[in-house]
Design a protein around this ligand. Structure first.
Ligand SMILES: NC(=O)c1ccc[n+]([C@@H]2O[C@H](COP(=O)([O-])OP(=O)(O)OC[C@H]3O[C@@H](n4cnc5c(N)ncnc54)[C@H](O)[C@@H]3O)[C@@H](O)[C@H]2O)c1
Length: 266
């Protein structure tokens, strides 16, 4: 596969690294672009093809990943549209809030489009990526599912749920990271050095996630196994709930989803 990553910022960087780490592509088969050529030097040092010319990047690619900000999308689409060959090339957009119909207005009715909502754990092969296809073949979708599957897990969703997916999996990684940081801060207050507190909190979070993913259980079922009667877990957990833990997460996720849907302006 020859790939172009248009907009090698935070998620474009994670994607480039994820594709290489997972063995899906070698750096020499991936062209990365961004506006600031100086910032591309580190990609070039790792063997990627780099440039600021999006058209040139698209010309040579089988798969084009759009990784720019929503407000940068229209200009990029107009720039690359004349180069795009729908029969030969697949467009994968990770851009928040831009519906496939918005992309199609610029790229034409023939364009094969897949929207993807991954998170930055792509680079450690642990992303959750939600996918929705529009005008793409079943083979395209299987291919992209496989691709993101090598960098974590992927799931195909209805495109109308893409803003919800943005909040839950793309923003979600920040929410869980903040939870880990808060737990570690608590750990420091009760006696651990910061580095140890973060290691302990992060591994504990990983264990919690693995229990759910490997056992297929509901969180409350696993919590019941931890909360000894009259014990310290239920005391801590109930205090967190009195302070609004679940409510804060639910409200934050709802707000993120609502803002995700408004970020792209036609
Ligand atoms: N960061 C995440 O975790 C994440 C996760 C899922 C989806 N997304 C979506 O991915 C997109 C990028 O987010 P990000 O956080 O990586 O942003 P970012 O600002 O870090 O990256 C955007 C990159 O695009 C480059 N760029 C801007 N205009 C360009 C142009 N005309 N041609 C080529 N490159 C250009 C910028 O130089 C920058 O490097 C957004 O739409 C965002 O909603 C982000």
């Amino acid at each position: 596969m020859k790939a172009a990553i248009i907009g090698a910022g935070n998620i474009g960087r994670a994607l480039a690294q994820g594709l290489v780490e997972s063995g899906a592509a070698v750096p020499a088969a991936i062209t990365v672009t961004r506006r600031n050529s100086a910032a591309l030097a580190e990609f070039a040092a790792e063997g990627f093809i780099t440039g600021t010319d999006n058209r040139e990047a698209v010309r040579n690619a089988d798969v084009i990943f759009l990784c720019i900000l929503p407000q940068q999308l229209n200009a990029v689409l107009d720039e690359i549209a004349p180069m795009l060959q729908a029969q030969r090339q697949l467009v994968v957009s990770v851009v928040t809030g831009a519906h496939s119909s918005d992309l199609r207005r610029h790229l034409g009715d023939e364009a094969r489009i897949i929207r993807a909502m991954p998170n930055t754990a792509l680079r450690v092969k642990a992303s959750m990526t939600c996918l929705a296809a529009s005008g793409a073949t079943d083979e395209d979708l299987r291919f992209v599912q496989h691709l993101f599957g090598t960098m974590g897990s992927s799931i195909v969703i209805n495109e109308e749920l893409m803003s919800a997916a943005t909040a839950l999996c793309a923003c979600g990684i920040a929410f869980f990271l903040r939870s880990i940081r808060a737990a570690a801060q608590g750990g420091v207050e009760i006696g651990f050095h910061a580095h140890d507190a973060i290691t302990i909190a992060a591994q504990t979070a990983l264990g919690a996630a693995q229990l759910l993913l490997q056992n297929g259980t509901h969180p409350e079922e696993e919590i019941d196994k931890v909360t000894s009667p009259k014990g310290c877990t239920i005391a801590g957990l109930n205090e967190m709930e009195h302070q609004g833990l679940s409510s804060a997460l639910i409200k934050g996720i709802k707000l993120s989803a609502s803002i995700a849907g408004e970020l792209y302006k036609k």
